[in-house]
Design a protein around this ligand. Structure first.
Ligand SMILES: NC(=O)c1ccc[n+]([C@@H]2O[C@H](COP(=O)([O-])OP(=O)(O)OC[C@H]3O[C@@H](n4cnc5c(N)ncnc54)[C@H](O)[C@@H]3O)[C@@H](O)[C@H]2O)c1
Length: 337
């Protein structure tokens, strides 16, 4: 096999970006099909990307012999079922995070992945493919900061999306599940242990609408790992300067800081307002290289027969910790996993 024929599912905010990458920027990928429940999105796929086969039904798409793999960028609550059905139809599966919105669903996916050992399953923990975060992991593995014992990771979105996000809370799983799943995954990856207890606090400090749906616009959580090490994970939906997602790892011999100033580029502006940089404005601008590299890795893995390094169990752990953080925030207590 020297090319992978893909069908993309979901052509919304992120799906269009993935589709564009698969069509034009991932050698070895051939985007031959697209599925969406929104007719205009299918028209877009045909007109803008020249996708030959479009479907309004996922089941019809996976019944086709013309695709080897599905690339799921659908609404989170559909991921679990679509992963299982894709594998059962003999397709390799890439799925955006979260792997499932319930723990039971995640366990079902783990079973489906184990039952299809010849198929590839990769979860979209894009930050593991970000060149700077991947380099940080390499430095940790080389012992550059000694023994890592504290990860501080935050995901911060700009305020302009906040009102819009309130109505997505019931389907997204809330701020911890939706925004912190990458931070949880990174903390596990860097520390090399499982989170065993969490305590989360937060509130709706800027947008009362989040409190009305039992969620928050700003949160902070303390996490302790089974090996005694620590993580501080925070989220905000109310920044004005830009998308400010950064990570810091402290070890016994040093500290790694990744993206602490969310600069758009290397230009510094010195003018009558002072000295400043412009900032990235959304997750895609910050992680666009990672999105491309994760898609390339999925396609190369299928062509070369090399299994992905992110496992279904990683998806389950992120969902379990996301639930524990939500529970801790709502019940105002420490939650043990
Ligand atoms: N990795 C990241 O950093 C990151 C960032 C943003 C979004 N995401 C994830 O990507 C997914 C999509 O997010 P979005 O912001 O693009 O959402 P969106 O609402 O803009 O798009 C969702 C798409 O799914 C399609 N869809 C919904 N139900 C479907 C079904 N049953 N069958 C086929 N298609 C269906 C819709 O037509 C739409 O095209 C979410 O799961 C989200 O968590 C990940």
């Amino acid at each position: 096999m020297n090319e992978v024929r893909l069908g993309i599912v979901g052509l919304g905010r992120l799906g269009k970006r993935h589709a564009h990458n698969l069509r034009y920027r991932v050698p070895g990928a051939r985007l031959v099909a697209a599925c969406s429940v929104v007719p205009d999105e299918l028209t877009w796929a045909r007109d803008e990307l020249g996708v030959e086969n479009t479907y309004d039904s996922y089941d019809k798409m996976i019944a086709s012999d013309e695709i080897d793999a599905v690339f799921l960028v659908s609404t989170s609550s559909f991921h679990g079922e679509q992963i299982k059905a894709g594998l059962a139809a003999g397709k390799h599966v890439f799925s955006e995070k979260p792997m499932g919105v319930t723990i039971e669903e995640c366990h079902d996916v783990e079973g489906a992945v184990a039952a299809a050992p010849n198929l590839h399953f990769q979860l979209g923990f894009v930050r593991r493919f970000d060149p700077s975060l991947a380099y940080a992991k390499q430095k940790i593995d080389e012992g550059a900061i000694g023994e890592p014992f504290l990860v501080r990771a935050q995901t911060v979105d700009t305020d302009e999306f906040a009102e819009f996000q309130i109505k997505f809370v019931p389907n997204s799983g809330g701020i911890f599940m939706d925004m912190n799943s990458h931070d949880i995954d990174l903390a596990r990856w860097f520390i090399g242990s499982e989170i065993k207890s969490v305590y989360a606090i937060g509130g709706s400090y800027v947008h009362p609408g989040f409190a009305e749906v039992n969620d928050a616009d700003n949160t902070v959580a303390l996490c302790q790992f089974e090996n005694g090490k620590m993580a501080v994970i925070s989220a905000s939906r109310t920044a004005f300067h830009g998308h400010d997602t950064h990570t810091e790892i402290t070890g016994s011999k040093g500290i790694l800081k990744i993206g602490m100033t969310p600069s758009k580029n290397r230009v510094e502006i010195f003018d009558d307002k002072g000295a400043r940089v412009e900032c990235v404005q959304d997750f895609y601008e910050r992680f666009h290289e990672g999105f491309l590299l994760e898609a390339q890795s999925f396609v190369n893995g299928i062509i070369d027969g090399v299994k992905p390094s992110i496992f279904a169990t990683d998806g389950t752990r992120a969902t379990e910790v996301g639930f524990a953080l939500t529970q801790s925030f709502k019940e105002k207590r420490v939650v043990e996993l």
